[in-house]
Design a protein around this ligand. Structure first.
Ligand SMILES: CC(C)(COP(=O)(O)OP(=O)(O)OC[C@H]1O[C@@H](n2cnc3c(N)ncnc32)[C@H](O)[C@@H]1OP(=O)(O)O)[C@@H](O)C(=O)NCCC(=O)NCCS
Length: 434
């Protein structure tokens, strides 16, 4: 548990922390801490043959506060960027994946459904929907050339994938054009052959060709060097199913009926004026969000086009709600979550875990706790089994009280070619990557 090499977003509840009524045995907690510290030390001293060659914060420089914040390497003239793709092993070829094509989208979907991120115990695997992938990969100003696949030359089968999308990300008071890198996946049969570094170098080359020199990404593994390390928390909405599929365990001295009662939620949201976000709300939501995200050290710099794309509700992909004051009609609060199911591997009864992931939330008039309780209520209405949230932004202030339990595994955030002076606390991060 808490293996720092566990996969990212490890979608599983830590069974030692199932609920408030199931207190962690203190000794177990301490032992776990010692194990985690030991593993962190080990991974810090581990060699990273690829990452040591890249412009990223290196472990050896971690304590060196004299190094300046900002780009590690200056941009090179575009004419000096390598014009041809990197070499792949001779049986494979590059392909650009056109996500508008139903056929290509199906291939990407299938590759990820069968080969993408699993939890430590291989019980669950992310199952991003096709609609979600189209949404995630085609934001304003996206580049088709950044949706990169690898095919077997003989069969034309898609065997690896990596993507970037453009984003403006602010680090303190500097807004930096970046690529958000995601969906790195190598087919299970082609693992440990050093294909991932080639994929990463190729996406980097194509990002450079657009005159962009920085990137943001997350991973469940420790690489040189996280800007922060976050934890997932899980709020049971359908505890019986979560227990049946092994996502969570019945707490000590708990019966199923007591557990169901513990997680029961009201049928409808409590806040007057709580409603679904609409197109006409884009300007007000943008103002609310920009103002809110300003307080974090690292956060996206969203404009109205970004908000329309990333936050306007899209069925089965992203849900957003806001509070419109019944008196003034001002938009005072906002909450959102995205839909990311996981396949349940080898269960006779259930094949899919329906998970909602907390996205961006802003409370100015409604207490954040009440706003998020309303988010849980609408997620339950929409039949999600679990509501997940990272301990980023102000999330820590509601997690325990709203009966979230900590998950196993950690999510590390990284910047490419941008040094930050000091590791951030999760609460200093205002960025959620999909
Ligand atoms: C992640 C994945 C593509 C790595 O491929 P692999 O075949 O295991 O590893 P390779 O031999 O090709 O490459 C190893 C190198 O890639 C790095 N690497 C592994 N996972 C990485 C990740 N998620 N992000 C960045 N680099 C990663 C390793 O650290 C190593 O470099 P190093 O020697 O400098 O440490 C593959 O394991 C996979 O598809 N896993 C399931 C999906 C997944 O976890 N995707 C990542 C989501 S963040």
């Amino acid at each position: 548990m808490g293996d720092s090499n566990s996969p990212p977003e490890s979608p599983k509840e830590n069974p030692d922390h199932v609920s408030d009524s199931n207190q962690i045995a203190k000794d177990d907690g301490e032992l776990e801490n010692i194990v985690r510290k030991f593993q962190d030390t080990m991974s810090v001293s581990k060699r990273h043959k690829f990452w040591e060659t890249q412009p990223v914060g290196q472990f050896k420089d971690k304590e060196d506060t004299s190094l300046p914040e900002g780009p590690i390497e200056p941009p090179t003239p575009l004419s000096e960027v390598k014009q041809e793709p990197y070499n792949l092993p001779s049986q494979y070829e590059w392909t650009t994946c056109d996500m508008d094509s139903e056929e290509t989208c199906n291939e990407v979907y299938a590759l990820l459904k069968n080969n993408y991120v699993e939890d430590d115990e291989n019980m669950f695997r992310f199952n991003y929907s096709k609609e979600f992938l189209r949404w995630a990969l085609r934001p304003p100003g996206f580049y088709r050339s950044w949706h990169i696949g690898v095919r077997a030359k003989a069969s034309k089968k898609l065997v690896a994938f990596i993507t970037g999308v453009p984003a403006r990300i602010r680090v303190r008071d500097v807004v930096v054009k970046m690529a958000e890198i995601n969906f790195l996946c190598v087919h299970k049969k082609l693992r440990s052959k050093r294909l991932a570094p080639v994929m990463i170098k190729e996406v980097t080359r194509r990002v450079h060709l657009e005159n962009i020199w920085q990137a943001a990404y997350t991973a469940g593994v420790v690489l040189p060097t996280p800007i922060t390390t976050c934890q997932y928390w899980h709020r049971s909405l359908n505890p019986k199913k979560l227990i049946d599929v092994g996502f969570s365990r019945l707490g000590a001295r708990m019966t199923m009926s007591r557990t169901v009662k513990l997680y029961k939620l009201p049928d409808s949201p409590a806040t007057p004026g709580f409603r679904k976000m609409e197109l006409r709300d884009v300007p007000a939501v943008t103002r609310l969000l920009r103002n809110y995200l300003g307080q974090f050290v690292v956060a996206p710099d969203f404009d109205e086009d970004d908000v329309e794309h990333w936050l306007l509700p899209t069925e089965g992909v992203v849900d957003s709600f806001l509070v419109e004051s019944p008196e003034t009609h001002d938009i005072t609060d906002f909450c959102s979550f995205y839909t990311l199911p996981s396949s349940i591997l080898g269960n006779q009864t259930y094949s899919t875990l329906k998970a909602a992931y907390s996205y961006y939330n802003v409370a100015t008039k409604t207490p954040l706790l009440q706003l998020m309780n309303d988010a849980l209520i609408v997620a339950k209405q929409k039949d999600f089994d679990v509501f997940n949230a990272l301990d980023v932004m102000e999330n820590d202030s509601f997690l325990k009280e709203l009966k979230f339990g900590p998950g196993d595994g950690q999510l590390h955030y990284y910047l490419y070619n941008y040094r930050v002076r000091q590791e951030l606390k999760p609460s200093e991060l205002g960025l959620v990557l999909l």
